[in-house]
Ligand binder design. Structure first.
Ligand SMILES: C[S@@+](CC[C@H](N)C(=O)[O-])C[C@H]1O[C@@H](n2cnc3c(N)ncnc32)[C@H](O)[C@@H]1O
Length: 263
């Protein structure tokens, strides 16, 4: 880590990775993050449940991919701060030889990257400091660690919501999925305002977030979420609350989850 990385850390404004860490019960956050996190919770009380459901979905999806689907390479964009059961831990528990590359653009995540880079001895765990808006750069960087001629699980959990323009978000997904071979997978979660999933309170919470925290966020409809999966085979049970993806218990949350395979 260089001093420029530390200089990029802002403690005067709430950052998504740190507030997400706060909602998950972590300690890697500042008072400004906790204050914004509490305010969002008061506007949208299920946000903690959303964060926990998203992580539980991550665990189930990666276990499926490393197990039944036999995927051995994972590209996890929008890593977040280390927590319990990070992608490489789940994947390498099933397949110790799994290769995992994390990507995030938050300097605080970068400072914690070393904690993530302790994968299994047979596998590889790498970290790339890059912005999701530049998928070509991500592909160039991961090409050093992943074999892009073999299937890759591209994971974008809770991150396309920070790409505000839907066409841009679609183009990012298309570029990434265009660079990986058939048998690759796309794993997505994304917040929504869909009332049936309890998303109504999310609008006010997101407006508060956008006025007080960074980076700005947006929700998407089921149709917009589905458009990210165009050209891919969406696996059962389709686009659902991430809390219900291959899991029957617990309430639905206003966060879509899906896993799709490149034919
Ligand atoms: C809501 S957290 C989700 C973390 C993890 N994927 C999960 O599902 O628990 C979103 C993460 O995306 C990162 N992020 C946001 N915008 C980004 C961008 N443009 N490029 C790279 N990372 C970004 C944030 O720093 C944060 O760590």
């Amino acid at each position: 880590m260089t001093s420029s990385h530390i200089d990029r850390i802002r403690t005067d404004i709430a950052h998504n990775a740190r507030v997400w860490n706060y909602w998950l019960g972590g300690k890697d956050n500042y008072s400004v993050d906790r204050a914004v996190g509490d305010q969002v919770t008061s506007l949208y009380p299920s946000i903690g449940e959303v964060a926990r459901a998203d992580r539980a979905f991550l665990g189930r999806a990666v276990r499926y991919l490393a197990g039944e689907a036999g995927v051995r390479q994972f590209l996890d964009i929008g890593t977040g701060l280390p927590t319990a059961d990070n992608t490489h831990e789940v994947a390498q528990r099933v397949a110790p030889e799994a290769r995992v590359v994390y990507v995030d653009n938050d300097p605080i995540v970068l400072t914690h990257a070393r904690a993530l880079l302790t994968g299994s001895r047979k596998g590889v765990t790498e970290y790339v400091d890059a912005d999701a808006h530049d998928p070509e750069r991500i592909l160039r960087a991961v090409g050093r660690t992943l074999d892009l001629d073999r299937p890759v699980a591209v994971m974008m959990l809770g991150i396309l919501n920070f790409v505000l323009d839907t066409d841009t978000a679609r183009s990012i997904v298309r570029t990434l999925m265009g660079a990986v071979p058939p048998g690759s997978h796309l794993v997505l979660t994304h917040p929504t305002l869909e009332p049936a999933l309890g998303g109504a309170g999310n609008a006010e919470a997101m407006a508060f977030w956008n006025a007080n925290a960074t980076p700005p966020i947006t929700a998407r409809s089921r149709g917009e979420f589905a458009s990210f999966l165009d050209g891919l085979e969406v696996l059962e049970p389709g686009i659902v609350s991430c809390s219900r993806w291959r899991f029957e218990a617990g309430p639905e949350v206003a966060q879509f989850g899906a896993v799709a395979r490149k034919p």
